[in-house]
Design a protein around this ligand. Sequence first.
Ligand SMILES: *Cc1c(COP(=O)(O)O)cnc(C)c1O
Length: 376
Amino acid sequence: MTMTEIVIPFANPGTQFQSRRKEILAATERVLNSGWYILGNEVRTFEKEFAEYLGVQHCIGVGNGTDAIALALLAVGVKRDDEVITVSQTAVATTAAIEQIGAVPVFVDIEPETRCMNPELIAAMVSPRTRAILPVHLYGQPARMPEIMDVANRFDLPVVEDCAQAHGAGIAAEKVGTFGDAAAFSFYPTKNLGAIGDAGAVVTDSAEIAERLRGLRQYGWQERYISSFPGLNSRLDELQAAILRTKLPFLDESNDRRRIIAARYDAVAGEAHFKPPVRIAGTHHVMHLYVIEHEGRERLQTALREQGIGTAVHYPKPIHQQPAYAGRIRGCDNLPCTEWLSKRILSLPMFPELTDGQVEQICFAIAGQTQGRITY
Ligand SMILES: *Cc1c(COP(=O)(O)O)cnc(C)c1O
């Protein structure tokens, strides 16, 4: 069998560099010329601009999204052996971040509409060791934050939001990242706001949590060379901050473009017999990924590949079924919705630089394939 060349990739961060090439190269040159490469004016300014964009008081740039989660958990008071309630239907980074600080993940199931943490299942998993709740706004869809905050307040538990897939998403007028005590963002190149390398940030309204984070990201320093408490090295660098500053003004526009592409895919859902991602009334879904549910996922994926269209599965196995975690996370034996969903999901190509022509080609391929119109 010959492999057809992929002509429409599932994601393509290089096209975003090409479309913003001039600004990005100018920002890069500005930083290189400045001679100041770590924690300087670019990071400070990006932190201010991103905090303003979200409507939050403080932003602390860190090395990547996984560190952002780990440091946010430490900053809200999570310690070794404390339990953190989260979901198994997420990127492995969420769980890895919890274990990175010696804390213990506990899984609750998702709900079928949002595919995010089911607020009704949290209370049953709270134990005397529970120290935080970590919901994930998966695929660009906000989790049910008002309901999650109610449970958290009832048990007096801090909440850290994993916003790595949801830059600009929101509920009513409030953006995700502003509901919990702190929130973690990743700027991995394919995210809705992406750097050209690793980058991340934590945001919070609490001056105290922000202060702790500024120390934690740099050896626990509050004054230079003097560690007030044990910290680590996880800094956002000047180059990435300058590049992110060129892209932030276009974040809403590129999220809008993702939503236009999503609406085109929606239009063939009936014909192609797939279930599109649900948009909850009053919430703003930013379509980090366009994840369909389809009974014949493998067949559809193969057929699209043979027409040169790339797809992906996020994620092929939920965390509790991956070898590193299988059988040892509390809650892993009661995740029916997670397991049901993981067998049906397929992510269609989704990035703002997809052309209208490419989107039409994808729609035609999906609809044609399921009706047997296209033979191969
Ligand atoms: C990407 C991602 C992360 C981790 O971000 P990195 O910058 O790659 O470390 C965490 N959580 C979720 C849900 C993600 O998608």
